[in-house]
Design a protein around this ligand. Structure first.
Ligand code: NOJ
Length: 733
């Protein structure tokens, strides 16, 4: 539809109609048995509001959506279609590894493909917009939602943000098989105080701009149609009511022209943050800040009219928001084609099809991170291997946000190994949740009703199994529902019963390989002591079991790297590589010096740093070669290394370039990732890897908050993780 027609339509709409266009209702109003992804509001939605609503969340299924849409259009005074939105995060039915795992691939193509598949499947099921990508920078492993992010690094997150938006939207979200993307949660949601979900965020403007905003901006530059506000207060102002954040930073500075949606009930929550006394006040603050859609409250639908009629809010402000909702519908082509790709036949052929499963398997294989290996891996087909632990037969390995995916469609480790036809034994050993404990998933509690006697007997059986094997693969970790929204943890170790199982098995068989299922970096000191190899597999998705089997047996080498540091213990959290030097930097050669920036009981360094990961082979690096020692304004400098596979197997190396600004007008991080490339090398093969360095990538917010690069000395590091010492200096003149 032409813009003028949209404007005419807007002009023709009644005040009520316009206000209701801003309302987004939940699936419960439209379809039975639907999923709620937030607390139910008690507030009473009027029938008229629902009849005239602008969008819906969490309804899926071509048939249902077509019926709802048809009915809605018929009954709407201007026959305006609904937009159907949902959380399609790491897949719809074919589930890819969780986003944190995708970050570990250090290969944005993995995310692109995952988004492409998710878009194809969910658009066939009638969805128009996904609440993804979540690009919040995360540095606190206690926070359950780190699994939804691609990790601790601004650059890595930005590269992935772009890939995800492009995967969902293609070159035009209107096209068949594509979705509109909604980047979230704007802004700073990944830094809740104490790692507790929904908690307040305090970030200096410089930290916000240098570290947290770039990934949102990358998603916006890639064309994301929507932005979702975050639940948190940012420096004491709830994002949903933050005029500076939404009007100045998002719209003026970043140039965002799309639609802003509140997070679930976030408009009403402005009241609980204490910025207004009632919902009417919340509606006023939110609309003034530039929040267009009210997800799941009646703040707008019940109070905007009063606010406008009394002159407290101008009608222009409302019109601005309504126009952005109409424009969204137009960008999705819904005025011409309100059903978009909803198609029952396509659902039958596309969902979980072979091609998608294959892509999910290839993706999963790229995300596993080998933390330790004394040579025990890869396994050999003829060895007798016992697979022990709750995740041996667990199919719920699709991650907390796979709300439409089903565990029954996932391949467990046991199924993967059995299909591979090797000499294997299996024992569950214990449940993933401790006996008598409960964890809550999106809707349901998962509990373990096992008695102590039954639990002990299971460990006994596992020990017997371990005794019969050459090697033991322990499949252990966090339950899927221990991560995700509202799943912050104060203890980031694996559950007690699993530790007990691991110790019992390790007593009788020393050849322990741990396959760790996790949605966050965990404290794995105990595991490290007992295991000869550790393979982090995160929540690997529908094809998890097959992918794990192929990597364990060396069909392919693990090629993931940590997108978030694994802390030594929870006491270090937040711990990340891009920290700042203190005035009293820890001198490792002088541990007895008390007055240094250090802990007296634990190390400063994480157990495994960002970017770390092993292969089944070894690589050597040449010195860093710089094309020139000086970089002038507008110029370019090439930094390169030659990487060689010196081992006996094919493998992948993630070549990483970090830069340190040696001296700035404000303190600068000790190093920052500025480039990476994953390369596969045959034994004996070598390859030159080059990175371009321009003034642009050296920019930051200086003492006057100008975004600029400062002249002077820089150090460039190129190596296999964020600890590399392979360095050279250059100067920006
Ligand atoms: C709340 C979550 O914070 C957000 O990420 C999600 O998209 C919405 N609920 C809708 O389910």
């Amino acid at each position: 539809m032409e813009q003028q027609k949209l404007l005419d339509l807007l002009k023709d709409m009644s005040l009520d109609e316009k206000i209701n266009q801003l309302f987004q209702g939940g699936a419960g109003f439209y379809a039975e048995g639907s999923i709620a992804t937030g607390p139910a509001s008690e507030q009473g939605f009027s029938e008229k509001t629902i009849r005239e609503a602008g969008s819906v969340l969490s309804v899926v299924g071509a048939k249902t959506i077509k019926e709802i849409q048809k009915n809605h259009i018929e009954n709407h005074p201007h026959h305006i279609p609904l937009v159907f939105m949902a959380d399609i995060i790491n897949g719809y039915k074919t589930i890819f590894p969780i986003p944190l795992a995708q970050g570990a691939a250090f290969n944005p193509k993995v995310a692109y493909t995952g988004a492409e598949v998710a878009a194809k499947e969910s658009s066939a099921a009638g969805i128009h917009v996904t609440f993804s990508p979540m690009v919040d920078l995360v540095r606190d492993a206690r926070w359950g939602r780190v699994m939804e992010s691609t990790g601790e690094d601004p650059y890595l997150n930005s590269v992935y943000a772009k890939a995800l938006v492009e995967g969902y939207q293609g070159d035009d979200p209107k096209k068949s098989g594509k979705l509109g993307a909604c980047v979230k949660h704007f802004a700073g949601y990944g830094a809740p105080t104490g790692g507790r979900d929904y908690n307040n965020v305090e970030l200096s403007e410089r930290t916000l701009r240098d570290d947290y905003l770039p990934a949102y901006e990358a998603a916006i530059k890639a064309g994301a149609l929507l932005v979702m506000t975050s639940f948190n207060t940012l420096n004491r102002i709830p994002s949903t009511a933050n005029k500076w954040l939404m009007r100045q930073v998002l719209r003026e500075e970043m140039g965002f022209e799309g639609t802003v949606i509140s997070d679930w009930a976030a408009i009403e929550e402005i009241k609980y943050h204490g910025l207004c006394e009632d919902r009417k006040g919340a509606a006023k603050l939110a609309i003034e800040a530039g929040t267009d859609i009210d997800m799941m409250t009646t703040c707008y639908s019940n109070y905007l009219k009063e606010l406008i009629e009394s002159g407290e809010v101008s009608e222009e402000l409302l019109d601005e928001a309504v126009l952005r909702v109409l424009e969204l519908k137009n960008k999705l082509g819904l005025f011409e084609n309100p059903y978009k790709d909803a198609d029952e036949d396509a659902e039958k052929t596309v969902l979980l099809c072979e091609e998608h499963r294959k892509k999910a398997k290839e993706a999963a294989k790229e995300t596993f991170v080998l933390l330790e290996n004394n040579g025990i891996l890869p396994l050999k087909k003829e060895e007798k291997v016992a697979f022990i632990g709750p995740f041996t037969e667990e199919k719920n390995i699709i991650g907390a946000w796979s709300i439409f995916g089903e565990a029954k469609d996932a391949v467990s480790v046991k199924e993967g190994v059995e299909a591979y036809k090797v000499n294997a034994l299996f024992a569950k050993g214990c449940d993933s949740i401790d006996p008598g404990k409960k964890v809550y998933g999106m809707n349901l509690p998962y509990d373990c009703k096992r008695t102590k006697e039954e639990a002990d007997a299971m460990i006994e059986e596992a020990v017997e199994t371990a005794l019969k094997a050459d090697k033991v693969v322990m499949c252990i970790g966090e339950h899927m529902a221990q991560t995700g929204e509202a799943a912050s943890r104060g203890d980031i170790t694996i559950p007690k019963q699993q530790k007990k199982l691991l110790k019992a098995v390790a007593r009788v068989n020393k050849n322990i390989i741990v396959v760790l299922f996790n949605g966050r970096p965990l404290d794995i000191r105990k595991i490290k002591e007992l295991a000869k190899a550790i393979l982090v597999v995160w929540m690997p998705g529908s094809e998890g079991g097959n992918a794990i089997t192929e990597v364990l047996y060396g069909e392919t080498a693990p090629s993931g790297r940590l997108p978030m540091s694994f802390p030594y213990s929870v006491g270090q959290v937040p711990v990340f590589y891009g920290e700042f030097n203190t005035g009293r930097k820890m001198d490792d050669s002088n541990p007895d010096n008390k007055f240094q920036s250090r802990y007296i009981d634990i190390p400063n360094k994480p157990l495994y740093t960002f970017g770390y990961g092993l292969s089944y082979t070894k690589f050597t690096y040449s010195e860093v070669n710089l094309s020139r020692g000086l970089l002038e304004e507008g110029g370019e400098l090439i930094a390169s290394v030659i990487v060689r596979n010196t081992g006996k197997r094919r493998g992948a190396e993630v070549v990483q370039m970090y830069i340190r600004d040696d001296c700035g007008s404000v303190a600068r991080p000790v190093r920052e990732l500025k480039g990476f490339e994953k390369i596969w090398l045959e034994p004996g093969e070598e390859k030159e890897v080059s990175f371009s360095i321009t003034e642009e990538i050296l920019k930051f917010h200086d003492i006057n908050m100008n975004y600029t690069a400062e002249k002077g000395s820089f150090t460039v590091f190129i190596g296999s993780d964020s600890d590399t010492n392979n360095q050279k200096k250059f100067e920006l003149i």
